[in-house]
Design a protein around this ligand. Structure first.
Ligand code: NAI
Length: 468
């Protein structure tokens, strides 16, 4: 039998595309090589890391955050195996949830590695080496991404001593020292987990700031907060070598501006220098599917590759490597394939770093507005002036709203603070509707909430805040 749609890969891009297409009446199959669905995000990425971020945050909070609230507790004891079991149970509930949704939506699933034979034909090779050929009107490549490694440096990742994010969520003991190569999202999230559990964490970052691409002010203040938590930073430092030595490893880095190299020892080294599109074994070359210069599957505005009937979404194509961006592309593509008008607004894709405090942003940064020559206004409000934040001893951080100087339309929002990842969405909704700082400032916000700081920052952008 022929399908309307075969999706290769069941991560957030692929599984959401499959479900949406099935809801719209298409006959859908999914090909997945892992034993469970959900891709990197559910199996070894977003979901397990959030379980460990939450658990380690609770551990740290009980150790350091209770006394000031008048709650006297004895020092917490770490049961790492149980923490990992919580993480595994979280993953299982989520991947099982995807399997349930596939069944509910009558989506056929094929376990094995999918290869595009030609437009309309996918070969699936299962673990036993048996090959099955499937026919379909359309193929969606949603194969995601893989660890990129350090550009120009040969590193032997064993996932025990020299680890990627996959090993970073599965260590069986807390290392005494950990070097994190790369001060991006993975490095700071997993670095936070192990620092809270007791490791001495040093982040070595090539750029002069952490979270490259984030608003400069956000990045600077956030780095100070992490430094207060005991994370050490070596910025403007290029890692040129990572080798195993005895039971641990040695990391060599040199100043980007030039100068002498330094070599340091660590029990564990986390390689967090980015991810690359995953296209291996897909048969793209034989099928004639073109890649762009960065090795991503090239697509047009409707997710079409250069071969008719073959589409691609998610980390394997251009744009930020974020699960929710992939999901929205999956929905848009399913709608397009069902004859509807699917669309993603790439100007309003929130991004969250799930550290403590969290960092969340949507839209443009000040640096981007300056570079584009846009005249803008800035409204800022610190959580130190927010009643709820004071009551919770969660005063670290601030909200920053950027709006168009002429029209007052909100162009970007940036939040560092407890719950930033939840609060960012009111700015996203506002931006989606083309709202102004005045609109946000005049929207009644419940008191006392952290979200009032968002309202105050909007008031600050449009006129003046009340509470500052
Ligand atoms: P990243 O691209 O965010 O950061 C990598 C960092 O490594 C950069 O700052 C880069 O300058 C640095 N670097 C590269 N070569 C280096 C060298 N030789 N020496 C020192 N530093 C070097 O990549 P990351 O953190 O690995 O994350 C990969 C992808 O996964 C990203 O696209 C990220 O957005 C996504 N992700 C998103 C999460 C979230 O939204 N919460 C969580 C985890 C990952």
């Amino acid at each position: 039998m022929a399908y309307d749609l075969i999706v290769i890969g069941s991560g957030p891009g692929g599984y959401v595309c499959a479900i949406k297409a099935a809801q719209l009446g298409l006959k859908v199959a999914v090909v997945e090589k892992r034993a469970t669905y959900g891709g990197t995000c559910l199996n070894v990425g977003c979901i397990p890391s959030k379980a460990l971020l939450h658990a380690s945050e609770m551990f740290d909070h009980v150790a350091h955050g209770m006394d000031a609230l008048g709650v006297e507790v004895s020092a917490p004891k770490l049961n790492l195996a149980k923490m990992m079991a919580h993480k595994d149970a979280t993953v299982k509930a989520n991947v099982d949830g995807v399997a349930f949704l596939f069944k509910k939506n009558k989506i056929d699933t094929f376990q094995g590695t999918g290869k595009i034979v030609s437009a309309g034909k996918v070969a699936v090779t299962n673990d036993a080496g048996e090959v099955q050929e499937l026919e379909t009107k359309n193929i969606v490549i949603a194969t995601g991404s893989d660890v990129a490694g350090i550009p120009g440096v040969k590193v032997d990742i064993d996932e025990k001593v020299i680890i990627s994010s996959t090993g970073g969520i599965a260590l069986d003991k807390v290392p005494v020292s950990m070097i994190v190569v790369g001060g991006g999202v993975i490095g700071l999230e997993l670095g936070s987990v192990w620092a809270r559990l007791g490791a001495k964490v040093t982040v070595v970052e090539y750029l002069d700031s952490i979270l490259g691409g984030m608003d400069g002010e956000v990045s600077k203040q956030f780095q100070r907060m992490l430094a207060k938590q005991g994370i050490e930073f070596k910025l403007g430092a290029k890692v040129t070598g990572v080798v195993k030595a005895g039971a641990g490893a040695k990391v060599t880095f040199e100043p980007v501006k030039g100068g002498e190299a330094t070599t340091v020892d660590a029990d564990v080294v986390l390689i967090a220098t980015g991810r690359k599109p995953y296209t291996e074994g897909l048969g793209l070359e034989a099928a004639g599917v073109a890649l762009d210069k960065a090795g991503r599957v090239e697509i047009d505005g409707h997710y079409r590759t250069n071969v008719a009937g073959i589409y691609a979404i998610g980390d394997v194509v251009k744009g930020p490597m974020l699960a929710h961006k992939a999901e929205d592309e999956g929905v848009a593509l399913a709608e397009i394939l069902a004859g509807q008008a699917g669309h993603v607004n790439y100007d309003v894709i929130p991004s969250v770093v799930y550290t403590q405090p969290e960092v969340a942003s949507v839209g443009k940064t000040e640096e981007e507005l300056k570079a584009a020559g846009v005249a803008y206004k800035v409204g800022k409000f610190p959580f130190t002036a927010n009643g709820r934040a004071r009551a919770m001893l969660a005063t670290d951080g601030f909200v920053k709203i950027l709006s168009d100087k002429e029209t007052d339309r909100v162009l970007g929002g940036h939040i560092v603070g407890f719950g930033a990842g939840e609060m960012i969405h009111e700015i996203a909704v506002l931006m989606e509707f083309g709202g102004s700082a005045e609109d946000l400032g005049r929207t009644c916000h419940a008191h006392p909430t952290m979200s009032e700081a968002v309202k105050e920052a909007a008031l600050a952008a449009f006129f003046k805040p009340i509470h500052m």
